[in-house]
Design a binder for this molecule. Structure first.
Ligand code: ACO
Length: 428
């Protein structure tokens, strides 16, 4: 007999089925709670709510574990290309050579943007925030690829649309960047591989040769960002996708959710914070005090995480990539000294230690992007490129689940009770 928990409400004892995940994690299956008792559960910010079952990513925030399809992130970062990891997330297994070549070929077949779409990108003001442009242009793809509008229900369309987005989102990012620089966009050359092609589209016209080791470090960075189970943007993707909205609108919604500074926008905010500290004379200890002051809304950007309450395994790997890139590009940056100072200070400060506030992945990724020459307002776009395969995999998994329902949470209403309408002239 399967396990149950007992809940006593208003003298009635209810048996609630217990669901056990493959890593032993437990959940109460409350789907019939309201029907049986009239009660719902209230969980502000979904801190204790499982919105789905998923076989894609396992993470244990207390132990600092992150695995994609069972493979430890450390092994994938060490051995796999980002595109291979994208295949793994979406199709559940590491591809053999033939499978990978077919996947790569399909991705590469979408290496040019439709002319009309390029014209749309060219209409945006060059000082527009690139995240707004990324979201809007991704959504616009629906107008150019009507043949993928049934992808929510059609498996073959779904797989084609996944390869299309894997190819084109990075081209959109690089195309707009070139326009902001007043330069002609550089065509995608997928034979270079995902990350090198992107760096080439961004910088080749500026006389910067793309270094192999730097491109590889970026590939690792993308791999580290590729999925993180039911975070804010992935949940957004699932919620939008649950209505059978088209894939382009669904991914655009993920991009918008990621833009927020408590989520992907944090890497941009890290750099801005470091610059602010530098401008204020470099006294980072003063900013540590501000972060601890409960009357001050300032927080140390790049510290803390909703689920990693011990350490973020990605931050450990990323720190290594950060050292490789800075060494390779011979960068000595006073901002980096401030970052190191903040990190050391916070790690030994009671306030941060007691609350388990460690540097997260955004803390180092911001520094790496700066070293690569990526403008600060494009940092979150870099996160989009990394997270894209995860969003696609979460969406694909949901669309393949025949039991998936449209997302429609409930609420506890705390407003006025019924009252009579008062004409305007009689209102106080
Ligand atoms: N600086 C100072 N204090 C902090 C910070 C911080 N960065 N983060 C959390 N705290 C404190 C809170 O004030 C709170 O203190 P209290 O217990 O005395 O009230 C305690 O630590 C717990 O914080 P919560 O906000 O409850 O933690 P939560 O899990 O809700 O938030 C979050 C996580 C949003 C990431 C938070 O740590 C934060 O704002 N960090 C800065 C922004 C950031 O780096 N975001 C990127 C996240 S990673 C990602 O999206 C890829």
């Amino acid at each position: 007999m399967s396990e149950v928990a007992k809940l006593e409400i208003e003298g009635k004892v209810l048996e609630i089925p217990i669901i056990t995940g493959s890593e032993g994690e437990k959940a109460l299956d409350i789907k019939s709670l309201r029907k049986d008792t009239g009660y719902i559960t209230l969980d502000n910010g979904f801190v204790n709510t499982g919105s789905c079952t998923s076989a894609i990513t396992f993470l244990d925030g207390e132990k600092g574990i992150l695995r994609y399809r069972g493979y430890p992130i450390e092994q994938l970062a060490e051995n796999s290309k980002f595109l291979e990891v994208s295949y793994l997330l979406n199709f559940g297994k590491l591809p053999n050579t033939k499978e990978f070549n077919i996947f790569e070929e399909k991705v590469n077949s979408f290496a040019t943007l439709p002319e009309g779409l390029k014209k749309i990108i060219d209409q945006y003001p060059t000082n527009a925030h690139p995240m707004g442009v990324m979201s809007a242009v991704t959504s616009s793809l629906a107008a150019f690829y009507p043949e993928f509008l049934d992808a929510p229900l059609d498996g073959a369309q779904r797989e084609r649309a996944i390869t299309q987005l894997m190819a084109q989102v990075k081209i959109i990012a690089a195309h707009f960047y070139k326009r902001t620089q007043g330069k002609e966009p550089v065509a995608s050359d997928p034979s270079l591989g995902f990350s090198k092609d992107f760096l080439n589209m961004m910088f080749s016209e500026e006389g910067k040769e793309v270094d192999e080791e730097v491109a590889k470090a970026l590939d690792v960075l993308f791999t580290l960002h590729a999925d993180h189970e039911q975070n804010c943007s992935a949940s957004t993707v699932r919620v939008i996708g649950s209505s059978q909205a088209n894939i382009f609108a669904t991914i655009a919604g993920g991009i918008d959710a990621l833009w927020g500074q408590l989520h992907g926008g944090a890497n941009q905010r890290v750099l801005e914070m470091l610059e602010e500290i530098q401008k204020a004379g470099g006294d980072y200890k003063k900013f540590i005090s501000k972060a601890k002051d409960k009357n001050d809304s300032f927080r140390l950007m790049g510290f803390g995480h909703r689920v990693y309450k011990n350490f973020d395994p990605r931050a450990t790997i990323i720190k290594k990539q950060c050292d490789i890139i800075l060494e390779k590009l011979k960068i000595e940056d006073p901002l980096l000294d401030i970052a190191r100072g903040l990190e050391e200070e916070a790690r030994s400060d009671d306030y941060f230690v007691k609350r388990n506030l460690y540097p997260n992945v955004d803390f180092y990724s911001g520094i790496i992007y700066k070293a690569l020459g990526i403008p600060t307002n494009m940092f979150t776009v870099m996160f989009v490129l990394g997270r894209l395969p995860g969003w696609l995999a979460q969406w694909k998994e949901m669309r393949e689940d025949v039991t998936a329902k449209i997302a429609r949470p409930r609420q506890i209403y705390t407003g006025e009770r019924e009252r009579d309408y008062v004409p305007m002239m009689d209102r106080k």
